[in-house]
Design a binder for this molecule. Structure first.
Ligand code: CP
Length: 302
């Protein structure tokens, strides 16, 4: 199976994946040989810290091997994705890819003889959200009925949060004054709407009142962050989004846990003091990328 988003994963399968990640976290020895002799190709068109490290360490700790591949150093740059993937999937047991375009990931999945995991594209970030749901379950002991508020730009992480939360019974409210058109997936939103678990509002103060978790993310996608051509749009976004910053004033009457998928832009989507506030579980959340990566790898590799 591939993991490109959560569309082909039942609620039960997603719940099992989350529980497996928690189980692996507390029983690492049990899984030391789970992927013995297996190889994972990790191919990146974009930068990464957590996704790269967590999947590579997950393979090592379970007896396997990971190969980091910078897209720009390969012949993917001069050839067809389909042909290059045909080759790649004949030499490894699994591919994890962080590509700019979901359409290219779909070509890769079609060509591949082995499972393909989405390491984040412009539409989805499923491996992140499995770690997020795992973190929520660890804190609350349950998922059903928990309320998460996402404050930020409607982006890839937001899509996967909406998809993942509504599949496992988490109530999610999104406060997203900006919508990334390149992340649009109307079908995903329509499915989420039908569950009655997803609401959206611009009233950020009302939204956080009864939240169990407040989650934020970058206002600018990583591929544009340092792009001089994007500077004007970046400034526009900062101005528009600043009233939605996660800060002490916004959370003055709240006991909600604070989440962020990282990398963090201190002083923008979140004020610096909130990162190490007692309510913040950001670093635990990022640590959980490792255990969720292990659970994902075991799931797709059977
Ligand atoms: N959250 C996340 O995917 O981190 P990286 O971009 O560093 O992999």
């Amino acid at each position: 199976m591939h993991l490109l988003n959560f569309k082909n994963l039942s609620s039960q399968e997603l719940l099992e994946l989350i529980d497996k990640a928690i189980e692996v976290k507390y029983n690492p020895e049990k899984y030391r040989k789970a992927l013995d002799g297996m190889s994972l190709a990790m191919i990146f068109q974009k930068t990464s810290t957590r996704t790269r490290v967590s999947f590579e360490v997950a393979m090592t700790q379970m007896g396997g091997h990971a190969i980091y591949i910078d897209w720009r150093t390969t012949n993917f740059t001069i050839a067809d994705i389909y042909d290059e993937t045909q080759y790649l999937s004949r030499n490894v047991d699994c591919i994890m890819a962080r590509l700019l375009r979901h359409a290219d990931l779909q070509v890769m999945a079609k060509a591949s003889k082995v499972p393909v995991i989405n390491g984040c594209d412009e539409k989805y970030h499923p491996s992140q959200v499995i770690a997020d749901l795992m973190t929520i379950k660890e804190k609350m002991g349950r998922l059903k009925g928990v309320k998460l508020v996402y404050i930020g730009v409607h982006n890839n992480v937001c899509n996967s949060l909406i998809e993942g939360c509504t599949k496992v019974g988490v109530k999610i409210t999104t406060v997203t004054p900006i919508f990334n058109e390149h992340s649009r997936d109307d079908e995903l939103l329509e499915e989420a709407r039908k569950t009655g678990l997803w609401t959206t509002t611009l009233d950020v103060r009302e939204a956080v009142k009864d939240a169990d978790f407040v989650y934020t993310d970058t206002w600018v996608d990583m591929e544009f962050f340092l792009d001089p051509k994007y500077a004007e749009e970046k400034e526009r976004r900062i101005k528009l989004m600043m009233p939605y910053q996660v800060n002490r004033d916004l959370l003055k009457d709240s006991n909600a846990y604070i989440m962020h998928d990282m990398p963090i832009h201190r002083g923008y989507e979140i004020s610096a003091d909130m990162i190490e506030d007692p309510r913040s579980i950001i670093y635990e959340q990022s640590e959980n990328r490792l255990y969720s990566a292990k659970a994902i790898l075991m799931k797709v590799l059977g």
